[in-house]
Design a protein around this ligand. Structure first.
Ligand code: FEO
Length: 394
């Protein structure tokens, strides 16, 4: 039998680790697995389950509840309707048919639609409403777009614990519930980039909600619990702010070496001028590292071979990703290698216009780079360098 883990008296972890998952959302590589976190809070009168878990792991959740001898659940709090948190609600209801699902009105619509949950099983709560469990009070905080429009968080007043669902999470399966090694924060950052970055504008507007609460512990729905919430809150403040770094991310791939030579030259010139350079090779459509590298650079450069007149398919995927994830960078620049014709610059430039970024320059190089091409590459590098100098002088 799976054993629940005690966090505080009558507050338990009843979630599940998933070390076999390779991708999340059938897209993001998950190198360290993930966890689906669910928490049980037992008050003097009522018992509440905060979110459930991915249905593939439902038996872990049910077994952990059994390990505690739980005979009755009064409330299933659904902070977020996505199935990695809601998918086991029907199985919990099967075992605890008296439970009511507590969520907001959008959450109710989504859960009805996604899981076919009946109308009479819901208790709909508004923003800032509270629910008394007997000596323990839950406050519901609407937090739209962290990660879906219905998303909310739950604050346990007496214990100052914030159940934040997706926000502050990480795809990191750890036996230590409170794992806090530096390495974890690479995965926290990656998770922010994958899940929260597209909604940065709206999340940053709502982020001050948290300032009204004394938070001693953050319990997300993926990855370890944060016993020292100041650290992750300040990281999120940095990610969500409009501030950018004196960094250039060059996203590139090379089929026969000529793009790589040009990228290395550009990179060297930028580094000589004290700009941090992140090189992201997207060969084979490998997006590992790409999203983290676009969180906060001032400038992104796309460098691609031409394939059938267009940017390489992997670079076309990059353009789609940039449009969807809307990073806060200010500038872009472009490099296209070709032999007999290319529309690559125009296509990548359209991405820049769509995003409303400043285009610092474009360069087409025919064949393997020659001396005249290196002179043009140096000009492109200085267009970026001068912009960075000016920007950070402010
Ligand atoms: Fe972990 Fe948006 O679900």
């Amino acid at each position: 039998m799976e054993q629940a883990i005690k966090i505080k008296p009558d507050i338990y972890y009843v979630g599940s680790l998933d070390r076999t998952r390779k991708h999340f959302d059938s897209f993001y590589p998950v190198k360290k697995g993930t966890s689906y976190n669910s928490y049980l809070i037992i008050g003097k009168e009522k018992t509440a389950l905060i979110d459930t878990i991915d249905p593939s792991k439902k038996d872990d959740l049910l077994s952990k509840l059994e390990s505690l001898g739980i005979k009755k659940i009064d409330y299933i709090i659904s902070n977020h309707s996505e199935q990695d948190h809601s998918g086991s609600i029907p199985f919990v209801l099967e075992k605890y048919p008296m439970a009511k699902i507590v969520t907001n009105s959008k959450g109710k619509d989504f859960l009805s639609d996604l899981l076919g949950i009946k109308e009479n099983l819901f208790i709909v709560v508004e923003n800032r409403k509270t629910l008394d469990l007997g000596g323990r009070t839950l406050t519901f905080l609407s937090f739209p777009w962290a990660h879906w429009p219905e998303t909310m968080m739950t604050y346990l007043n007496e214990e100052k614990m914030l159940f934040s669902c997706d926000m502050f999470g990480s795809h990191y399966a750890s036996d230590d519930l409170f794992y806090d090694h530096d390495e974890l924060y690479e995965y926290v950052e990656q998770y922010y980039a994958e899940i929260m970055m597209p909604f940065r504008n709206v999340i940053s507007k709502n982020f001050d909600i948290l300032k009204g609460f004394d938070i001693e512990m953050i319990l997300p729905s993926h990855g370890p619990i944060h016993k020292n919430p100041k650290k992750i809150i300040s990281l999120y403040e940095k990610y969500l702010s409009d501030n950018v770094e004196n960094e250039v991310t060059i996203i590139y791939l090379s089929m026969h070496g000529s793009t790589e030579v040009a990228v290395e030259f550009l990179s060297q010139k930028l580094k000589e001028n004290n700009i941090k350079v992140n090189l992201v090779d997207v060969s084979g459509m490998n997006i590992s590292g790409l999203l983290r590298a676009i969180i906060s650079p001032l400038t992104v450069i796309l460098a691609t071979p031409t394939v059938m007149g267009n940017p390489h398919p992997a670079m076309q995927l990059v353009s789609i990703i940039l449009k969807e994830y809307r990073p806060k960078l200010k500038n872009m620049a472009f490099l296209a290698m070709y032999e007999w014709g290319t529309r690559a610059i125009e296509m990548m430039g359209a991405t820049c216009s769509y995003l409303g970024k400043t285009n610092l320059g474009s360069l087409k190089i025919k064949g393997y780079p020659k001396n005249t091409d290196f002179a043009k590459l140096e000009n492109l590098a200085y267009s970026v360098i001068n912009n960075h100098k000016e920007y950070f002088k402010r």
